[in-house]
Design a protein around this ligand. Sequence first.
Ligand SMILES: Nc1ncnc2c1ncn2[C@@H]1O[C@H](COP(=O)(O)OP(=O)(O)OP(=O)(O)O)[C@@H](O)[C@H]1O
Ligand SMILES: [Mg+2]
Length: 284
Amino acid sequence: MVAPHSRLLNANALAFRTGKFLTACSRFRVSMSDHAVPPALEIRNLRKTFAKPAVDCLSLTIGRGEFYALLGPNGAGKTTTLRMVAGLLKPDAGEISICGINALAKPVDAKTVMAWVPDEPLIYDKLDPLEYLEFVAGLWAMDPVKAEHEARHLIEILGLAPHAATRCHGLSKGMRQKVALAGALIHDPQLIILDEPLTGLDAASARQVKAVLKDRVACGATVIMTTHILDVAERMAERIGVISNGKLIAQGTLEELSRKAGQDGGTLEEIFLTLVANEDAAAA
Ligand SMILES: Nc1ncnc2c1ncn2[C@@H]1O[C@H](COP(=O)(O)OP(=O)(O)OP(=O)(O)O)[C@@H](O)[C@H]1O
Ligand SMILES: [Mg+2]
């Protein structure tokens, strides 16, 4: 486990100094004095089998305020794991707790504190981004004034302002991805789960999305992100988990992973490839 309280303190001190605190941290949720806060995500012995096991007795604990990257080769079980966490796929066995809520027993309660951004998000094409965000906010029964303020803020920081009045079907794939992200964030979720959020984004859009996610983490939210862009994981994530064949084969900071891989000073790419190759050799 990490020590989220000390990191939050540092992150918020930094945000305060850089002037971002007042605009971004109205959602500062985790009290520094609250030692009994349950983890953002706790998975125990999760299993899902299709033709063969896709997720195989996976256990994982991710604390509040963490930026966690979930890596793994194609077909490793990342999306399947996250779809079960998001309540879109029923596990064969196991337990999932989201911010202390039993997600399998109380899926609706669990959904209120989390956001899920799939790798191919769906949005309502007939609405423009502002209408879409206000629609989503309405589903969460948000105060309309607050909803419009938050929607305009998200549109601004994600660089969507020039397209705010364009129907979504007229937007590019990258723009639609950013609209979907804004829709997922509008209700101020405590746990934000994203499946390959940067794939297909241009450099400016990727930077906007990374900044938004970092900002949420600085305000106490937890981000879990799958990515094949290893230098993004290396630069952004505090902890990294590696899944292979449905199992968590390693997790920790970059230093911890490099020690496990016997690759002191290696890049995440070198470390990742070594860990996966070792696992494949052990499984053969
Ligand atoms: N709906 C499904 N029906 C049958 N098999 C599935 C289904 N969804 C996933 N699988 C299988 O489960 C395994 C894990 O797939 P998953 O999509 O979770 O991998 P992933 O780690 O997200 O891969 P990628 O990096 O390619 O996105 C794969 O073997 C895949 O073929
Ligand atoms: Mg996937």
